[in-house]
Every structure is written in C-alpha cells, then in structure tokens.
Design a protein around this ligand. Sequence first.
Ligand SMILES: [Zn+2]
Length: 99
Amino acid sequence: MFNKKLNADFIKKRLSPIDFYRHELLNAALKKHSWNDGGLCPFHSDNNPGSFRVNLTTGAYKCFSCGIVGGDIIAFVMAVYGLQFVEALAKLADDWGLI
Ligand SMILES: [Zn+2]
C-alpha cells in the first residue's frame, strides 16, 4: 500500500519509541527515557541479557555482543523483519493503525 503521507516523520510523530519497544521487546523492563536494557537481543542467539540496549527517547538500538546498531524504530523494523525502508513504514502504519 502506497500512501504519500507515509514517511518517517509521520510515523515517528504518531508512534513513540517506548510504546513500540514495549510491544517488540516483551522480555525487557523498559523505563521512560534514554538508554534502557533491552533484554535479549533479537538479532543474535542471545542467552545473556545485558548487551542489547534501546534508547526510548530516540528509538536507537545497539547490541554490544553482536554489534548491530540502528538509529530509530524504522531501522529496527527493517533489520528485524528484513524489510526495505518503505515496507517498514507500511508495516508500522498497518500494525499500529496510523493511517
Ligand atoms: Zn545482538
């Protein structure tokens, strides 16, 4: 589905990183601001919590074990679901009812 309203700013204004990551990272005890322990890393076979961090202000994420890094929730969706940028926007809009 193509919709010209569907751009990164539109998504980020309507979906906060904290709501998004609370949905994606069910094993993490996420608080409010800045960098949090994201629980088990979704990008590698992780059995040692503490390496994966998410920033609930910006949506950035980083794993100190496998080295994956990204700047926002759109980058996270692209990486974890193997999507292109526009596909990631469409998934977020659909999943969260943003359109
Ligand atoms: Zn990792």
